[in-house]
Write a protein that binds this ligand. Sequence first.
Ligand SMILES: O=P(O)(O)OC[C@H]1O[C@H](O[C@H]2O[C@H](CO)[C@@H](O)[C@H](O)[C@H]2O)[C@H](O)[C@@H](O)[C@@H]1O
Length: 350
Amino acid sequence: MRDNVARLYEALRFGRWFRKPAVTDSIQYLSKSRNDKIEPHECIAPDNHPNQPNLDDPKYISWLKEHPSALKVFQGILNAAKGRQVVVFLDYDGTLAPIVDDPECAFMSDAMRSAVRDVARHFPTAIISGRSRNKVYEFVKLDEVYYAGSHGMDIMGPSMQLKSYECKYQTKALDKKGNEFTIFQPAQEFLPAIQEILDKLNKRTHDIQGVFIEDNRFCISVHYRHVLEDDYDTLEKEVLSVLAEYPRFHLTRGKKVLEIRPSIQWNKGNALVYLLDTLGFSNSSTVLPIYVGDDKTDEDAFKVLRSRRQGYPIIVSSSPRETSALCSLHDPSEVLSFLIRLARWGATSS
Ligand SMILES: O=P(O)(O)OC[C@H]1O[C@H](O[C@H]2O[C@H](CO)[C@@H](O)[C@H](O)[C@H]2O)[C@H](O)[C@@H](O)[C@@H]1O
């Protein structure tokens, strides 16, 4: 089955990576990138120790008491997992890969890839990202996991199609051997408008230095990490003026990014429920979902688990934050330790 997933992704994949930042002048690179004229060159190596938590900060210490480290309460998680089906959900940026200056260079380490692979050998595992599904696959390159891109609006999940979800959004994908997958895309009707919005955003922000607009298929990211502070208001004004022409879309905010999304009742939380349902794990008493994520959009999934009183929502953060998560991990390096321990336990308990 894994080979089949690989072949299907081969067929679906399009567009090579062509935008790489200049080592010495990423602002210049980012402002030019929309013209697609930059020659490929090396990505800047990420800082291996970003954002160390401030353990002297009383606010962080008291936050940690409310959201203890998932590594510290690991045995408790295992106790809860005994006799239950563990299902693992992972965000990508800031969780499996560190936050870096250039969104096109957010690579995950081989160690992380290997840990995710090991986890997926023992437990059903899905990656739910704001990026397009194809792009996440390009980064992760694992055929052992399910993928949900565009904040859950583009899911490649188990073959089961559910009557409770509108048929028109679920299509079957078959490989040569007849193995089946389900592609679930509840925002398909928005695709033409998304292309229009992309064109308008590119034109209207063309003169603002440092903007990078990322096509995430069912949503759009307008990155401003490299925009001068003085230019930010102009950028936001332009984005809002485009958005005003499309009342069926709305704006959300992430890490140095404005995101334009179709206004449908569908987010990472819905994607989590959809995947649990299609995996056949709707019964909450026998299933233990673990969701690890770092961004505001992951809060939708945390809330679902909290409202179901089910599983472990884990936030990745090195500073105190308002969250619905139960536990925390500082950064992707702690996520790695957590996944390694989980995989080890999976190996011994199965
Ligand atoms: O849901 P996620 O997988 O966490 O994706 C959320 C957004 O992540 C990416 O942007 C963020 O990470 C970049 C690379 O580290 C960083 O440069 C940027 O400032 C962050 O906002 C991705 O590029 C976006 O499209 C995703 O929506």
